[in-house]
Design a protein around this ligand. Structure first.
Ligand SMILES: O=c1[nH]c(=O)c2[nH]c(=O)[nH]c2[nH]1
Length: 292
């Protein structure tokens, strides 16, 4: 029996980067969380502590901030591709890179030039993987919280000795969408693609009469693939944020689908992938990302 080093990567996680671009008194801000991970010929440092091939995580952090000054950050996918290609292209021992970026949204306060409010916790995300000269881009959105107060039913499920859930033809459906979509290539208008995919998912959530959150999840992914040819696969993770009807009968009150208890846990967790059956091979696109 021999003990060997398995897959490994290293980098600086969650660099918080905020940039201000000025056009006179009109400012634009970008608020990013950037994580870098490098892979390659890294056995020596693990086995003997020889760091000759280890680009320090501190250097990786500095590169993130220097790159933000040397050229406009632009779209998160472009920034991630720049960083990943730089590390792989300039460090002989480094054959691959994984760059994760979350973009935190800020909105202008009332059209103000340089004051902003953070309206929601929603994040635009990207995960770029570089291996040699190849690149894969998986972008997405996190913490996109949505609710519809009707247009959702749930019934027809098996009743076993432990089933207490009542069937319903009218319930609240609420979730916090984590979506990741894999692009077929890298020649993409990232900003336009993001905006349209987000809006397609929201419209489908709103319009689709739901018989289960699973059906809604599939419909959202299907709608994205039907409308956006640049996307090969969509993975969705959607907690069912249950809203339980409160029993008010003890007070002689009838609850006509008006008063709910919003439970925070436990929650149903509905996850799935929707893809084209002729989608190009995923390669390393999903490596080290959560399954959904
Ligand atoms: O849309 C739903 N899917 C389920 O699988 C499920 N299970 C459950 O208890 N409620 C729901 N709702």
């Amino acid at each position: 029996m021999a003990i060997v080093l398995g897959p490994n990567q290293y980098g600086k996680a969650e660099n918080r980067l905020v940039t201000v671009s000025r056009n006179g008194s009109v400012h634009t801000i970008k608020d990013l969380t950037v994580s870098t991970s490098l892979r390659g010929d890294l056995a020596d440092t693990h086995l003997t502590g020889d760091n000759a091939k280890v680009l320090a995580t501190d250097t990786q952090k500095n590169t993130v901030y220097a790159f933000a000054k040397e050229a406009p950050v632009g779209e998160i996918e472009d920034f991630a591709l720049r960083l990943g290609r730089h590390f792989v292209g300039t460090q002989e021992a480094i054959s691959g890179a994984r760059i994760l970026i979350d973009e935190h949204a800020w909105e202008r306060i009332d059209g103000h030039d340089h004051a902003f409010s953070q309206g929601s916790n929603e994040k635009r995300t990207t995960a770029v993987t570089i291996e040699g000269s190849q690149a894969w881009v998986v972008s997405g959105v996190r913490d996109l919280v949505v609710l519809k107060s009707t247009g959702s039913e749930f019934h027809g499920y098996p009743k076993d000795p432990y089933t207490t859930l009542k069937e319903t033809t009218d319930r609240i459906l609420a979730t916090s969408v984590t979506a990741r979509w894999r692009y077929a290539g890298t020649d993409v208008d990232w900003a336009k693609s993001f905006t349209e995919i987000r809006s397609i998912m929201l419209k489908t959530f709103a319009d689709k009469h739901s018989l289960s959150l699973q059906q809604t999840l599939y419909a959202m992914g299907e709608a994205v693939l039907n409308a956006r040819s640049e996307v090969a696969e969509v993975r969705l993770s959607m907690p069912n944020k249950h809203h339980f009807l409160v029993d008010l009968s003890a007070f002689g009150l009838e609850n006509d689908n008006e008063v709910f208890y919003a439970a925070d846990r436990p929650y149903g967790l509905i996850e799935g992938s929707i893809l084209r059956d002729d989608a190009p091979d995923a390669g390393l696109a999903w490596s080290t990302l959560p399954a959904f």
